[in-house]
Design a protein around this ligand. Sequence first.
Ligand SMILES: [Zn+2]
Length: 539
Amino acid sequence: MILILCLGCFLGALAQKKQTQSLAKPKLVLGIVVDQMRYDYLYRYADKYGQGGFKRLMNEGFSCKNNHYHYASTITGPGHAAVYTGSVPAVNGIVGNDWYDRFLKKNIYVAEDSTVLAVGTDPNAVEGKRSPVNMHTSTITDQLKLATNFRSKVIGIALKDRGGILPAGHSADAAYWFDAKSGNWITSTYYMNELPKWVKDWNDSKRVQGLLNTTWDPLLPIGEYADSEEDNQPYENTLAGEKEPVFPHTIKTFASIPASPFGNTITKEMALATLENEQMGMGKETDFLCVSFSSPDYVGHATGTHSIEIEDTYLRLDRDIEEMLNHLDKKLGKNNYLVFLTADHGVVDIAAYLKKHKIPAGSIESGKEVNYLNGLLVEKFGEGKWILSEDNYQLYLNHELLQSKNISITQIHEFLQKNMLGMASPVYQLINMHELPNVNLPPYYLPLLQNIYNPKRSGDLMILLEPAWLYGYKKGTSHGTMWQYDRHVPLLWYGWNIPQGFTVEQTYIADIAPTLAALLNILEPNGAVGKPIPAIFKK
Ligand SMILES: [Zn+2]
């Protein structure tokens, strides 16, 4: 009897395998980008993860363990663009979340588009005037659209507009993001003139309103968070509307939702609703759902890498991911869908926390450096606004003023460099971005700067701080540098045509889109610089 049953299982498994192999393409690609997920989070909390979330992706799928960003401006906008364009800021133009536009003479936001209106809230709300128009190259999602004569459905979802918009590409069917003013999922007229009925219903369901005044308690007894520091450290920031950074947290306003694990929960719910209502994966062509979980970034900025808050956020996200995978198993069948998971950047440990453990680190108050440096330039070269803006650690010099006084960028660079590199200074180097590749940096680091230099959008000089130093945060922490903690992020593959295993070979974020292109037999994005990851194709 047992033998017959086992034989039945064996034949069933064989039939299933045959059926799997006969599928020429996956029904769906699910791209998951976790905002600020550093590589070590995969392992540090592993004993508390369930078997069905991160561990299922790692144990049954393929892990690229040595996966890095290949550029220095490790920030959300560039990260999402790099994942999906297979490219770098130098080429796709996404050099920051914001940058100084020399032609418009003002700072612009990565996803801003004044030609479109908001949909799902006040049409003139700036939160809705968003599109991918500032991204110069195509995405893997655009390429899928082109390959299927636009029959494939592509939708992007994230709390942050840029986390939904950039991945879904230029030709997306939709991108939805969370408007913390109205509490609605919204979009823009770039995609549609009216929200689909099911999105309106979701907004009308008052799901988000129902979260107000609820508390965020730790998932496990608080004593079990042994991989984090005790709650309420002096260098943790409070969450919106709170007096102390301590459990239980209360969700006081819509704006508190993104900075709690409930932001991930509503993102997951919106993703499942999209799959269901848009019938994704149910047509003849491969569809592509891009989901970005933004909450870990908000929580991480406030409370840091060793807080109970961030550990709890990942334990809960693990369960959200498990639920999504279980849903796809049921709906599309195991192995009929393809998943990748990565992050848009990493993060540095809170400076005060590192210093407490004698590891060199520090934080410089932000917003004062431009005035200070401009003061030095006035003293040396005369009156004027020498520095127009500082974004992404880059100084945008006033070219007109330089020209009128017959002073070169090299002169400014040499003068400032001399003043900034004192013995006790946390400045490692001041880089003249126009002199790349002749900058004296170890060969490992030089391409990280070359890959962010975009002549139209980059600044003239770039301030490189020593490792574990950053601008701006007395409490909490951030990211945005070329050092390893900001660039080393997970890359997991799972499902359709993905072998089980791992590699420690160097892979880069820009390899994701070309790997997807090779898996799907479509063209890579037009500005791609990465290449398919060979280990994934070894059977
Ligand atoms: Zn961030």
